[in-house]
Design a protein around this ligand. Sequence first.
Ligand code: NAD
Length: 415
Amino acid sequence: MNKLADLIEQELEAFAQAESKDQGKTITFARTVDIPRAVYNFRFFASSILHHTSECTQMDQMGCMHYTMRVPGGIAGLISPWNLPLYLLTWKIAPAIACGNSVIAKPSEMTSVTAWMMCKLLDKAEIPPGVVNIVFGTGPKAGEAIVSHPDVPLISFTGSTLTGQLIMERSAPHCKKLSLELGGKNPAIIFEDADLDQCIPTTVRSSFANQGEICLCTSRIFVQRGIYHEFLKRFVEETKKWKVGSPSDPTANMGALISKEHLEKVKKYVKKAEAEGARILCGEGIESLQLPTRNQNGYFMLPTVITEVKDESCCMQQEIFGPVTCVVVFDTEEEVIKRANGIKYGLAATIWSSNVGCVHRVAKRLQSGLVWTNCWLIRDLNLPFGGMKFSGIGREGAKDSYEFFTEVKTITIKH
Ligand code: NAD
């Protein structure tokens, strides 16, 4: 695994170029986030697997001791989405093979180039033949074949909630073990005592990084009344500074969306919000996009900020998965917790406040698998990652992935 990490790292630039061309993300994002993280996934799990311990208990009155032993789960089916292609595929392959499984992995049909490039390195890295099998194909064909195959007892899936639900149905007759990392509609809660100098640029990034095509992106921003106008003015000013440009332009903050259909879907949400009486403060329909000639027909869109939108509106309830964020006002802690939780998803939330008591109280009550306070997207891979409610089932991370990709046995010895 360390050898494979080294080989990908040696070709980092070629992988980053391919990821950017295939997905539309900026070359800078691919170079600094996607590919380095794919490399790190292999290094991290190669070492973390060495440090797990098992449990042991003594039952002297029965003359027994018990201990746990873990064995590989078998063949793991791994299915990943298009937004962070190699990053998310390797986040599954690395722990699965570290635990001794073989895998059948399927990247998204929209972005499979870097997975194919990695295939060519498997032999060189001396990964034994048959351990990492990558199949290319669409969800309904290749994906369903993996999910409904009786000899694949584990399925780790990252993608939309709708597909996750379908996978649960298809797996049920086989009682498969499932790990599902699904959609999100993530709130940022900004209290009056927040450090706006840090909060505003980070919230622009959390809303629009990778064109807003990250499951952890912020899409509902709740701002306390006392700072609402100042926040909104500065947030829009900062958003307007974000450069949408050719994915190969190293100074661009945002590239192109994944497809024409997705771009149309995202734009439709902005239209719907307008029709419901919301105000569009910048972006789609307000400013025009300046692009180099060769990018004129690409699927680009400006980062868009919507306000005066109701909590029940589809823009506040449904996952848009694009560069669109809504900003609304709140008064009290109690109120904002209720409104932030008033949604079917529960993946990630962000709290901005300098009051540590408030941060703890709100973090505890938010229905969210991850809560960042005064920051965003800082991850320790040792700790659990995953969502509540419609955002998923199970967690991934050092210990959680180890537990998912192995079966535990309890062994009792009488002496
Ligand atoms: P998607 O559900 O359409 O596809 C994801 C993968 O599932 C693809 O490889 C696809 O081919 C496959 N697939 C589709 N139908 C299938 C079926 N019937 N059986 C088996 N496999 C099938 O999702 P997407 O559009 O590629 O990705 C975007 C979604 O992924 C968003 O909802 C986003 O929030 C979510 N996501 C979640 C996380 C997380 O960690 N929670 C991370 C990234 C993306």
